[in-house]
Design a protein around this ligand. Structure first.
Ligand SMILES: Cc1ncc(COP(=O)(O)O)c(C=O)c1O
Length: 384
């Protein structure tokens, strides 16, 4: 049967899992209000940083008693800041089911050398939260970007836990419900669901996390960009937009523009609905095609942002080569950019479905996926 290329193409082929597609209405001219060439400590800069914090609180529904800070070094900066400042006061439990979670395990076990229990699951699986001792400090990733597996809900996290929950939510925030009462530290970067820039991280602290910061001093030295307390008291300014060091006011403006757009599509509900509709396009495609499947084993844990896929056709001889060739073919056609699986993940594809991606673009991509699959199966038999 002739394998004809589909007639229509995604209007935007950007399906990268980070930096993710910019908002659909993005134009560089939208950043013309940026406070460029001005001090971030001048009234105009301070106001923009404060607005970024307040809008984040409002759209995500973050409780008023939680602190929100803009910190250096994207999501990694925010997670590191939390771990290095708070861990060590009690035993830790490290949960990992993909690459980024494993990175946090390495930091805690090998760098900080903290007494920690490590619970891991393979790509596609998740750790059983019912077996976690939440009287220890628990570090985990809400949405595993490299495996497409997410925590389905916070039900297993007790409200009366003694430990802190430190949650890397960078590919979940603005796409998935985060149970704030079950989370003491939440981090994310603007570059994911909001399609922003990666310069800064968001660090969100519960009152218990603040209590830990004020009551506990780690045994190791902390560099200036990690320090959130002075004389045993929280530096409140950090959580009002008085950043520790100089932020990019261009990135801040870009985030403000993205937040405006988020409101225009219905706020958090609208953003979540967009990600759900996007992911459903791919889930339905997997249902209809026996040669491709979600990497997430349990449907309850399937991500609606970083959808990870594996090829399951018996005719495929070398899984990694095949998946790379499919991604390359789609990139060459200009219909899908950056959709190869993460370097440490099992062979396959990863297609971003966060809110900035248009459902119609995913719908247009699916026939191309079938086309590229068939083309590679054919190419494989030709070289055999
Ligand atoms: C779950 C997770 N954690 C951390 C990071 C690192 O984020 P950043 O590069 O924004 O620091 C990523 C990036 O993809 C991620 O997906």
């Amino acid at each position: 049967m002739a394998n004809n290329a589909p007639a229509s193409r995604p209007a935007n082929p950007r399906f990268s899992s980070g930096p993710c597609a910019k908002i659909p209405t993005f134009e560089l001219t939208k950043l013309s209000d940026a406070a460029l060439g001005r001090s971030h400590r001048a009234a105009i800069g301070k106001e923009k940083l404060k607005t970024a914090i307040e809008e984040t609180r409002e759209i995500l529904g973050i409780p008023s008693e939680y602190k929100i800070g803009i910190v250096p070094a994207s999501d990694t900066g925010a997670v590191e800041m939390a771990m290095w400042s708070m861990l060590g006061a009690r035993k830790a439990t490290m949960l990992a089911w993909e690459s980024f979670g494993s990175g946090w395990v390495t930091d805690v076990v090998k760098q900080l050398k903290i007494d920690a229990e490590v619970k891991e699951a393979g790509y596609g699986e998740i750790v059983d939260f019912a077996e976690v001792d939440f009287n220890t400090d628990v570090v985990f990733t809400w949405n595993g970007t490299t495996s497409g597996v997410r925590v389905p809900n916070g039900d297993a996290i007790p409200a009366d836990r003694e430990g802190l929950t430190i949650c890397d939510a960078t590919s979940a925030a603005f796409a998935q419900d985060l149970p704030w009462d079950k989370l003491d530290v939440v981090t994310f970067s603007w570059q994911k669901v909001m399609g922003g820039e990666a310069a800064h991280g968001m660090l969100i602290l519960s009152p218990r996390a603040v209590e830990r910061l004020e009551a506990y001093t780690p045994a190791w030295p902390l560099p200036k960009i990690f320090r959130m307390t002075k004389g045993g008291k929280l530096i409140e300014g950090i959580f009002k937009g008085e950043t520790i060091n100089t932020p990019s006011m261009l990135a801040v403006e870009d985030y403000l523009v993205a937040l405006d757009w988020a409101r225009s599509v219905g706020g958090l509900k609208g953003l979540m609905a967009r990600a759900d509709a996007n992911a459903k396009v791919i889930w339905d495609f997997c249902e209809a095609n026996g040669w491709i499947a979600n990497l997430a084993v349990d449907p309850a844990t399937r991500s609606n942002t970083s959808v990870c896929l594996k090829f399951t056709d018996d005719r495929i001889k070398d899984g990694a080569t095949f998946a790379k060739a499919v991604a390359k073919r789609l990139e060459k056609e200009g219909v899908a950019l950056d959709i190869g699986a993460y370097r440490d993940a099992p062979a396959g594809l990863r297609i971003w479905c966060g809110a900035t991606v248009e459902t119609s673009d995913l719908e247009a991509l699916m026939p191309w996926l079938a086309w590229a699959f068939e083309a590679e199966i054919e190419a494989q038999s030709e070289t055999a």
